[in-house]
Design a protein around this ligand. Structure first.
Ligand code: AMP
Ligand code: MG
Length: 312
């Protein structure tokens, strides 16, 4: 059911799980200092217990409750990007429950840029908030997605459509080279510009093998429909096929086609919604017009989510 933010605060303070909007995707929130509330998050989502959670905060005071040390580089990035879709890893204080970090010595923290999330966290204190989808389905970017994943049983605060639409960039500053563990809207180039040094992007294999970011080994973003690349020429030849066509550069729209007219931000806001729509409408295939890393600041994050949906 849909609830008010005041009701969400009341429920969270009682140790209940509540879905809240953020600028990236809807999160399934619980108090970061309540073990049974955190355990319920893993249970509700069907999330493997070795996949750690991001803690969401609304102030630097709240950050200091969680972390031992904030390096100069972390401070620079916080100045530049918080509140916003950048998650940073910090050495954790003993008070941070092992359940949150899957036993790792570091905790992932971010300050979301959504007025409702910030208002709630101000009242409740730090909240863990993984994406509010059931494990295996695309992250929810609209209140309806949360309601449909849990048949309305999880209370959710309606914050409208998520403005970014894909999950945060996860960055490790703990070892050299500084490494992006999960690409997101805050790009490698933007981080390099702010820090004046090169930044690496971990391959999925690396982040899995080095157990840098255990969650990366799980395939989150899989719709039931088969996802594949299809260039415009091919596309014209196969017009009659029962596919949902997503054209990043094109602008044609119909029952089968969605054109984004080169607007990568719009494409990002819509991607997971389109994945869900394809399944609801019974499309066996989603055909996406190819694009390259260089085409836009968000391209590498979008390529990452699409490749995951392809099972690559
Ligand atoms: P989600 O909240 O479902 O979008 O997923 C959170 C992501 O952050 C997963 O890919 C996790 O592996 C990653 N993450 C969270 N905490 C840590 C941590 N302490 N160390 C490394 N990666 C983390
Ligand atoms: Mg998730």
């Amino acid at each position: 059911m849909v609830i008010s933010s005041q009701e969400a605060v009341n429920q969270l303070k009682k140790g209940k799980a509540v879905a809240i909007p953020t600028e990236t995707v809807y999160g399934l929130a619980a108090s970061a200092f309540n073990l049974s509330a955190i355990e319920s998050i893993f249970e509700i989502k069907g999330r493997p217990s070795d996949n750690p959670l991001i803690v969401h905060i609304n102030s630097i005071e709240q950050l200091n409750l969680l972390v031992k040390d904030v390096s100069d580089e972390a401070r620079t990035l916080i100045q530049a990007f918080w509140p916003g879709p950048l998650t940073l890893l910090f050495p954790k204080k003993d008070e941070v429950l092992d359940k949150i970090t899957a036993g790792l010595p570091n905790v992932a923290v971010r300050m979301p840029e959504h007025p409702i999330a910030l208002e709630i966290i101000q009242e409740t204190g730090p909240l863990v908030a993984p994406s509010a989808n059931r494990s295996g389905s695309p992250s929810p970017t609209r209140v309806e997605h949360v309601l449909s994943d849990y048949n309305g049983f999880i209370p959710v605060v309606d914050g409208g459509k998520c403005q970014v639409g894909i999950e945060s960039t996860v960055l490790s500053l703990l070892h050299e080279p500084i490494t992006i563990l999960r690409p997101g809207k805050i790009s490698k180039e933007h981080i390099e510009f702010v820090l004046h040094k090169p930044v690496e992007v971990a391959t999925m294999k690396e982040s899995h093998e080095k157990v840098m970011s255990p969650g990366m080994k799980y395939t989150h973003y899989s719709p039931k429909a088969k996802v594949r690349w299809m260039n415009t020429l091919e596309l014209e030849g196969e017009f009659d096929k029962k596919s949902l066509y997503l054209h990043v550069f094109g602008s044609f729209n119909s029952e089968h086609h969605k054109g984004f007219n080169r607007d990568f931000n719009h494409f990002s806001r819509e991607l997971f919604d389109q994945f869900r729509k394809a399944d609801e409408q019974g499309f066996p295939e989603i055909a996406i017009e190819p694009f390259r890393n260089e085409d836009h600041e968000m391209a590498s994050a979008l390529l990452n989510r699409i490749q995951k949906a392809m099972g690559v």
